[in-house]
Design a protein around this ligand. Structure first.
Ligand SMILES: Cc1cc2nc3c(=O)[nH]c(=O)nc-3n(C[C@H](O)[C@H](O)[C@H](O)COP(=O)(O)OP(=O)(O)OC[C@H]3O[C@@H](n4cnc5c(N)ncnc54)[C@H](O)[C@@H]3O)c2cc1C
Length: 345
């Protein structure tokens, strides 16, 4: 394939194992390294790349590659971060989509702009954060979001979306629906509210407060707590391939929840503002006896049943077979269909 512009970095038959946190083997027929919004427009205008189907890849920490990828893979490597504005009630921080998310969180704290500490150590890039509205320890991206810039993959036109336009939901946004595969996010702006207030309502953070007796932790302390909790309970993809939580926590009606509690009084559940109940998917999987089990070289993490892992040399097909077997047992026992969180390709 000939490049329209020498500036576009195009690779043929690019191995993807290093580009996905599960460490799954797959090859991209064509991979383009995208370093700017202008690169995205060059791809759109390119005589061959422009017409081809495309898959946008950030850090690959929320994908399961089950096969070689025929779509043109756009590997997002847009860098840059700055304070875009400072007002009496907020710092507005802007970052390129290819920046590492955790490095951004640490950098904002170093600059004295707190607010992202509960979202520390989430792997992946800034540009992917709005796609599934990343969340952890009582905070979702949507609560710290100002706006984002993107490029339409059909027209090459630049777009700017505010929070309402992104239609954020639980691990959900417009980028998983109407705009799926249609828009490349090139930059994100975050609103860090002043004065800063810690978010400590999550059970494991409440425990840290109780253990340490520190009832007024600063943002750096919350960051350290979140990192310590995560390191203890989640496998590091560098040593044990995984994509974090494999299933979303299912939401059921209050009546269905009462029914399950009747049979399984221990079921972990949280009330939602609309009266429905969110169930802990990890608990449901554990209750079906999956913790520590394997199918081929794919397994269920010993410390957290919600995390599926690559025990070494697993294929995407093995991961999907394991995931389906788990879905079937959870459905058989609880009548609940677990929905995968990562994108299965
Ligand atoms: C150990 C571990 C822990 C995790 N913990 C959490 C957690 O606590 N909370 C949480 O929410 N998630 C968690 N995740 C999931 C993952 O880290 C997030 O979903 C993250 O935002 C994915 O970023 P990425 O750059 O790796 O995206 P990728 O995996 O590369 O892509 C994910 C999706 O986003 C799309 N995408 C990526 N970049 C762009 C872009 N610039 N424009 C448009 N679309 C794009 C892709 O096409 C794909 O559909 C965890 C994962 C791991 C491995």
């Amino acid at each position: 394939m000939s490049a329209a512009s020498p500036a576009l970095q195009i690779e043929q038959r690019a191995p993807l194992r290093e580009h996905n946190s599960f460490g799954l083997p797959a090859v991209a027929r064509t991979l383009v390294r995208v370093a700017s919004a202008a690169d995205v427009r060059r791809v759109v205008d390119h005589p061959e790349l422009g017409r081809a189907r495309k898959f946008v890849l950030g850090g690959g920490s929320n994908v399961v590659l089950t096969r070689d990828v025929a779509d043109v893979v756009l590997k997002i490597e847009i860098k840059g971060r700055r304070l875009a504005a400072e007002t009496p009630d907020a710092w507005i921080v802007e970052a390129g989509a290819g920046e590492n998310w955790h490095a951004l969180v640490a950098w904002t704290l170093d600059q004295g702009w707190p607010g992202l500490e509960n979202l520390a150590l989430i792997p992946g890039t800034v540009g992917a954060a709005p796609v599934q509205n990343i969340g952890a320890y009582g905070v979702e991206l949507a609560e710290r979001f100002e706006s984002l810039d993107g490029v339409d993959l059909v027209t090459g036109r630049g777009v700017t979306l505010d929070g309402a336009m992104c239609r954020f939901g639980y691990r959900d946004s417009v980028f998983k629906h109407e705009l799926a595969g249609k828009t490349v996010i090139t930059g994100v702006r975050l609103r860090l509210q002043r004065p800063w207030r810690p978010v400590l309502g999550y059970l494991e953070l409440e425990r840290k407060v109780a253990e340490t007796g520190n009832t007024h932790p600063d943002a750096r302390t919350v960051f350290d707590w979140v990192c310590a909790i995560r390191r203890h309970k989640l496998p590091d993809p560098a040593t044990l391939g995984n994509a974090g939580s494999f299933f979303k926590n299912p939401v059921v009606s209050a009546e269905q929840c009462r029914d399950i509690i009747g049979r399984d009084p221990e079921v972990v559940h949280y009330p939602l503002p609309d009266g429905r109940m969110k169930l802990a998917a990890g608990w449901l999987i554990d209750a079906c006896g999956w913790k520590g089990k394997s199918v081929g070289r794919a397994g269920v993490y010993e410390k957290q049943a919600l995390v599926l892992v690559n025990r070494g040399g697993a294929t995407g097909a093995e991961v999907v077979t394991l995931a389906r077997a788990i879905q079937e047992s959870v459905y058989g026992r609880f009548g609940i269909r677990l929905e995968p969180e990562p994108v299965i390709l």
